[in-house]
Structure formats: C-alpha cells, structure tokens
Design a binder for this molecule. Structure first.
Ligand code: BG6
Length: 480
C-alpha cells in the first residue's frame, strides 16, 4: 500500500467527472479517515482557473463532513493549468511533486495519477507523464477511465499505446460498477453460502436477468451519447462485469489474479451475441409531452438510430450454464432508476400444490441495497393456501445508519491506494469483452439492423419487453 506521503494527481481536473466523482470520492476518503492529512493532491487541466475557483468548483459536490473538514481537505489540494501535449506543464507538475517529496523526506516516491480524461488525449497524457514525471525508483499507479476504446480494434490499439509506457501492474482500469457494495458482495453471497452455492447451476436455475434502468434521458449530452449508445455505455462494461461475477466459477482465493483468471475463463465460454436475440429501443417524448424525446436533442442527428434501450439474450456454454437463458437489459428515460439482478429458480413439481410459484432471488444493486428471496409459505392462520413472500435483507433496515458504505469511486480509489487490483479490469478481460460485443455493435450500427422501437420517456420501455422476457423463461409473479 501507499503510505501517508503520496501524491495524487487528477488530470482533467476541471472536467465533469473530476468534479462529480473523483474529487468528492477523495474527499469522502479523507472525511472517513482513509486518506492521511499528509498527502498531496494536485488537479491538472488545460483550463486557466484561479486556485480558489478550482476549490469552489470541486467542493460543490462534497457530501457530509463539517466546514473544517472541507477546509482541511482543500488545504491538501492545488491546481496546475497546463497543456496536455507539451513538456512545460509537466515540468511544473514535476517540480511541485518533488518539492513536496523533499519537504516530507520521501525516499521512495509514491505517485497516483488519475486520468479523468476524454479518449482523444489519453495516450498523449500517458506518454508525457512517462517522459516527464515518471520516477524510475518510485511506485506509480495510473487510474484510467472508460471508454477503453470504441471496439475491439481501437481497444487493442489503446492497449498497444499504453503497454510500453506502463506495466499492467501500474495500470488500474476503473469500471465503477465493481466498486458498488452489492457487486462486491456477489462472490461472498454465492460462495459463502451453501444454500446458494449448491444450486447455482442449470439444474436449479431457470433464468437470469440483469436490469439497469435510468429515469432520465441523455439530458443535453446526446451529441456524445449518439456515437456510444446504451450497449457500449453500460452493457459491454458495467453489466457484463456484474454478469461475470454472477456466473464465474469459484476462484481459489480472493487474490486479484485468481479472481480475474476465473472472470476471463467464463467470458470465453459466452456464446457469440445473437443479433436475432435482441430488443432495441429509442425513447420518444413522454406521454404528456413534458419530457423531450431523444431526437429532440438539438445535438443529435434527426435520423439517428442510436439505441437508448437494449435487451440482449446471452448464452453460456459450459457445464454449469448450458441452456440457462440470460437477459441483460438497460435503458435510459424509463419509469424509475434501478439496477438489479433477478435469478428465477425452477418450479417444484405441482403434485400436492394447486398453485406454486418459482423461487426468485433479487439482488438490488441500487437504490437502497437489498437482497430478497421469494419463497412459498403457508398463509398464516387457518388457511391451507400458499403465498409467495420475501426473506428480506434490506440494508437500510438491517444495518445501522452509521455504517459507512463507500461510494463506488471511494471504494476503488481506496483499493488502488492499497495496491489491490481485484476490482479493476485486467487487459485480457477487456479484450474478451470487446471480442464479445464488437460484432453485435457493428450489426446494431449497420443498415441491416431494424429501426429501434420508440418508447415513451418515463415508460417501462419497448412494448415487446414482456414477451422478450417470457421467451427467455422469465415469468412475472402475476403470471403464476
Ligand atoms: C456511466 C455511463 O458509465 O454509468 C452513464 O456513462 C450512466 O451513462 C452511469 O448514467 C451509471 O452509473 P451509476 O453509478 O449512476 O449507476
């Protein structure tokens, strides 16, 4: 782990990600005592900003903590404005780091560089860093943010550009879903409970779905989203990571390489994604006309086929999962914001029961973390009928409110600080995920793919969803 006198440099410090996620996460770690008051935090970006304005900007999104804590944190930070592509700014940065290290008698420099940058300047900054600021005798860690390429080819190119500069050991590819509490709980839940461990296979599981819903649209960032689409934005990375943890075999230990080896193994067992087995949608205006449709965004081409909703059927060909239908679905501008996993078990034999429903395990990632298992139970009292009810572990009622559950970015920056790679994406894992998704993306973005079905902003999504889920063996409770 890094000690108490490390330097953290955030590139893209004046940007949105840094303001909304990176700095609030660093502050959260400081507030909770996980970042020492001896560290140095430097923001670096092109924009000319007065130090005070920079501090105002980053602290706007801080949560919790009293004004003194905010003040103490801001004292650790400074801002350097400089170009990304020439040496001068990096020389200023180096001097600032070295002055701090000298003043603190640091013998082995520990430097964490967080690249909250658009892909266009990614490689430029990485090369400049290596050339000007890298310490051959120190420890360096680089956090990089998605997108890691646009498809298999560009992802490999990025990899080719970065690998001569920094080792895999030094690189931390963030997928913030891996920092979410419930996602981090998946391996414990699965492998720490024989009740689940023993039935986690095709003999007992009927269907699996992972669902991601957002109650807001692209909100003015349509121009950016248009070249990305929902599949690339959240499925190829976030949801695939969740599915991988849900379906992989037991790693020999929690060792980062052991975990990631198993992840790669299961990803290689995934069937090619079938363009016939998808449901695509794009949101239109809300029913009352108060919310704009995707195409109403002036930055979006009027004839855009960009997909803001997708449901994909996924198959895994291995001993554990052969024949179990999996659905991954994600959409923007829906009726609610929610991310959850639903596992339906096979029904028991009808025999003695007039009516009996399937067990279903629901793992709600957000909001309000919760795990509940739907079980059949006798209706209490004189009735002999059964009903479906929940064994319910809702975090907010089970655990005290003072329990600090770190935000995803807080958890991951802390992991990186400790030198733990478990919850970061390894190069081969990234490669297989692009291999899986690139042909499907090429199809969706070609003329061959159908026009996405229009659904109303604020609705449950495309009309065909229920039928799509039924086809993949998911039965709604009200269907019996
Ligand atoms: C980001 C996507 O990676 O994840 C956004 O680019 C999406 O479009 C976000 O809104 C969702 O993250 P969270 O943590 O809010 O569920």
């Amino acid at each position: 782990p890094f000690g108490s006198t490390a330097t953290i440099v955030v590139f893209g410090a004046s940007g949105d990600l840094a303001k909304k996620k990176t700095f609030p996460a660093l502050f959260g770690l400081f507030r909770e005592g996980h970042l020492s008051s001896d560290v140095k935090i430097i923001g670096y970006a092109r924009s000319h900003l007065e130090e005070d304005d920079f501090k105002k900007r980053i602290s706007a999104n801080f949560k919790g903590g009293n004004p003194e804590t905010v003040e103490q944190f801001l004292k650790l930070t400074s801002y350097i404005s400089g170009p990304y592509d020439t040496d001068e700014g990096y020389q200023t940065l180096l001097k600032s780091i070295e002055d701090y290290e000298a003043a603190n008698n640091v013998s082995t420099p520990e430097r964490l560089f967080y690249l909250a940058l658009p892909p266009s300047v990614f490689t430029t900054v990485a090369s400049q860093l290596k050339k000007n600021v890298y310490s051959e005798t120190g420890k360096t860690r680089i956090i990089v943010e998605k997108p890691f390429g646009h498809d298999l080819e560009s992802s490999r190119q990025l990899q080719k550009d970065l690998s001569p500069l920094f080792t895999e050991e030094e690189l931390y590819r963030i997928d913030h879903y891996l920092g979410k509490e419930m996602v981090k709980n998946l391996l414990v839940l699965r492998f720490g409970n024989e009740l689940f461990n023993g039935v986690w296979n095709k003999n007992h599981i009927k269907s699996i779905q992972i669902s991601f819903k957002e109650a807001f649209g692209t909100d003015g960032r349509g121009g950016y989203f248009d070249s990305i689409g929902i599949v690339r934005d959240v499925m190829q990375n976030h949801l695939l990571q969740v599915l991988t943890l849900l379906t992989m075999d037991r790693p020999v230990s929690f060792d980062p390489e052991a975990v990631r080896d198993e992840k790669v193994k299961i990803l290689k067992a995934f069937d090619a994604l079938d363009p016939e087995d998808i449901l695509l949608g794009q949101y239109g205006k809300s029913e009352d006309g108060s919310k704009p449709g995707y195409l109403d965004d002036s930055t979006v081409p009027k004839d855009s086929k960009c997909v803001t909703y997708a449901a994909l059927g996924i198959k895994i060909h291995n001993e554990r999962w052969e024949g179990v239908p999996i659905v991954m679905r994600a959409g923007k501008a829906l009726d609610e914001s929610k991310v959850e996993i639903r596992i339906q078990f096979k029904p028991v034999a009808r025999g003695m029961f007039k009516e009996i429903q399937r067990n279903e395990l629901v793992i709600r990632v957000q909001p309000n973390e919760s795990i509940y298992l739907k079980i059949n139970s006798k209706i209490p009292g004189i009735s002999t009928e059964t009903s479906l009810t929940d064994l319910d572990l809702t975090y907010s009622t089970r655990y005290s409110k003072d329990f600090w559950i770190p935000e995803a970015y807080e958890a991951l920056i802390r992991d990186c600080y400790l030198g733990n790679h478990s919850n970061f994406v390894r190069d081969d894992e990234l490669d297989v995920s692009w291999k899986l998704f690139t042909p499907l993306l090429q199809y969706i973005e070609s003329d061959k793919s159908p026009q996405p079905e229009v659904y109303a902003y604020g609705s449950k999504g495309p009309k065909g969803l229920r039928e799509f889920l039924n086809k993949h063996d998911y039965i709604f409770a009200d269907e019996g």
